[in-house]
Design a protein around this ligand. Structure first.
Ligand code: ZN
Ligand code: ZN
Length: 191
């Protein structure tokens, strides 16, 4: 780490010295050097300097161009990404049209605790009738997003592919992506 910092400082120092030496040589060549004795050396040096100036100007123009492109294009990129994201996520209308259920557990028969009935009781959705009650096996009564077992009274949402989740879990998911997290089927019941 110390070696790295030392190297960076040396690099900066050599850059500064190089720049100063370059400016000094450039002024000396143009204004004070007597080139009548060695015209070839003069023109050769001038050609090297011209190449340096050319690449320096090119670098500055490139920086300005890239900075301008970044400043002007960034809002467009943000709008474009927002558009792409809005295409992928489910709309609020689509989410609210999914059938809601309340999870209910009724105790099993006396002496048979494993015989508990787990049911999804329809809660109704926007006046539409998704009214059939569903019976769940206890091993299927969990949410594959938060990996928790359903608790009595919790609200569930059923997707068109017949997969069900906690309402809060699947709504968060659908706000990002309009597909079932398990089978990738599109959630667009109105289409
Ligand atoms: Zn969940
Ligand atoms: Zn599914």
């Amino acid at each position: 780490m110390v070696f790295y910092i030392l190297t960076r400082k040396c690099e900066l120092l050599t850059t500064v010295i190089y720049s100063m030496w370059w400016a000094l040589g450039f002024g000396w060549m143009l204004f004070t050097y007597d080139h009548h004795g060695t015209p070839l050396l003069f023109w050769l040096t001038l050609a090297f300097l011209a190449t340096d100036v050319f690449f320096l100007a090119l670098r500055i123009i490139l920086y300005i161009f890239l900075s301008a492109a970044f400043c002007f294009c960034l809002p467009c990129i943000i709008v474009f990404m927002h558009y792409i994201n809005s295409q992928e996520r489910a709309s609020e209308a689509e989410i609210s049209s999914l059938p809601k259920y309340r999870y209910e557990v009724s105790n099993g028969d006396v002496g048979q605790p494993d015989n508990r009935a787990c049911r999804m009781i329809p809660m109704g959705t926007n006046g539409q009738d998704f009214s059939t009650e569903r019976v769940l096996r206890i091993e299927n009564a969990d949410c594959c997003i938060c990996l928790c077992q359903y608790e009595d009274g919790e609200q569930l949402l059923l997707l068109p592919c017949d997969h069900h989740f906690h309402s809060t879990c699947i709504v968060k998911w659908l706000m990002l992506k309009a597909t079932c997290p398990l089978c990738k089927v599109l959630v667009a019941p109105n289409e």
